[in-house]
Design a protein. Structure first.
Length: 222
């Protein structure tokens, strides 16, 4: 049996089988080498794509935040009221609320995109976009000073229309700002989107991190 098998291997058919086997082995080795090369480059590709995705995500979030810079959120205007959601009506509301000399120019105004509440439920927030950033900043400054603004027989509150990311970034400085209020001779304020500016002794510093700002404060209260 072994002799027959050996004879067959040395015959034409046997040589063909051996040749095909060797060719198959070479193909497998080439494929394995290619796969190994592909796998070895995967970590670098994944790292590059992750960095690119993060860059694009940050860019999109920054663009969204900037697109809201001239927006204000008006909370508390009843659904059933003579005040409509038109730009003219909201412009008049803002003028009366803050005793402005003239009605601010609005680009648009609308209720938040959610189902109309049932009677007795909290009314939807009105989002208004002011044409001029200076008007928006002035209204928000007045709103912070008054906090609760009475208009006719109802009270409203007005806030900036920050994205959740911007709001979290600004809120992170709340404790630092509280500490700064207790230090005489300090001027400070939040810059857009979430950067703290501190002026002390004629020198201005800016901080992107609450921890860095707190470290600086410790040098002032020694």
């Amino acid at each position: 049996m072994a002799a027959v098998f050996k004879t067959e291997l040395h015959g034409p058919e046997g040589q063909l089988i051996i040749h095909q086997g060797r060719a198959t082995n070479r193909e497998m080795e080439t494929s394995l080498s290619t796969c190994t090369d592909d796998i070895s480059t995967l970590p670098a590709k994944v790292e590059h794509l992750s960095a690119e995705l993060e860059r694009v995500d940050n860019k999109c979030k920054d663009l969204e935040a900037r697109s809201r810079r001239n927006n204000v959120r008006i909370v508390g205007v009843p659904e059933e009221t003579t005040i409509t959601n038109t730009t003219a009506a909201i412009s008049t509301l803002l003028k009366e609320a803050f005793k402005l000399e003239k009605e601010p120019l609005l680009d648009r105004a609308h209720r938040t995109l959610q189902p109309k509440p049932r009677p007795g439920e909290r009314p939807r927030t009105i989002i208004a976009r002011l044409h001029y950033h200076a008007d928006c900043a002035d209204i928000l400054r007045r709103a912070r000073a008054q906090q609760r603004i009475k208009i006719g027989d109802f009270v409203v509150s007005i806030f900036p229309d920050h994205t959740s990311r911007t709001a979290r970034g600004r809120a992170a400085f709340n404790d630092v700002r509280r500490q700064l209020r207790e230090i005489p001779g300090i001027r400070f304020g939040l810059l857009y989107p979430a950067r703290l500016r501190i002026t002390h002794g004629g020198t201005e510093r800016q901080f992107n991190s609450p921890d860095d700002a707190e470290t600086f404060i410790k040098t002032l209260v020694k």
